[in-house]
Design a protein around this ligand. Sequence first.
Ligand code: C5P
Length: 215
Amino acid sequence: VKSSVVSVDGPAAAGKTTTSLAVAEIFDMKYLESGRAYRVLAYEALRSGVDPTDPKKMVALCSKISRGDRVSELLGLNRYTAGELRSLAVGRTVSKVAGIAELRRRVTNSVHIWAAGNRRSIVEGRDIGTVVFPTAVPKFYLTASAETRARRRLAQEGSGSLKEVFEDVVRRDRADTTRSASPLVPASDAIIIDTTELSIEQVVDRMAEACGASG
Ligand code: C5P
């Protein structure tokens, strides 16, 4: 089977998950949230007291997590609850973990293995259209103002104050765009959608149109 991938990248809380799930449903594609892998690594580091900035220790932890079934354990397809992976503590730690190049290599490898089993899939993250699947078609880059994104995240998850959530969003934007390993940047051929003034339906319509056009 030839596998083809649609990529959806962009900063935290730009609406990637909600819209990607809707597009996946319309076109009967498999869906993967690659950020789960970095969250699994952050969660396990916090749980076992491993320093999330220590590449050697984090790589050892990664090997331990993926010892059984490398792909589904690391991608967080089993076991983890939303509460575990989406806590503020994990949110604060995840960008540190995501800056470690060897971990990115391993996550990328697992995503490739996952996608190879599917005819068509939609993969969401930060570096999907630039690094993980440079040949993805179409590529989307979703963004919105930081305040809008903080408000949406708070409305959806309801943990913490607006100030805390806003600060988490801004901190992660900074960490994700300035890291040396695969920084967050739109691919040169990405369709950029600023969702600040758009409804979910409007964003999904635009995405679906582009996906339909690319077969
Ligand atoms: O998408 P989500 O907000 O769950 O991602 C959590 C974190 O994982 C991001 O802030 C980023 O640091 C990291 N990430 C990444 N590359 C991806 C997906 C997520 O670096 N492809």
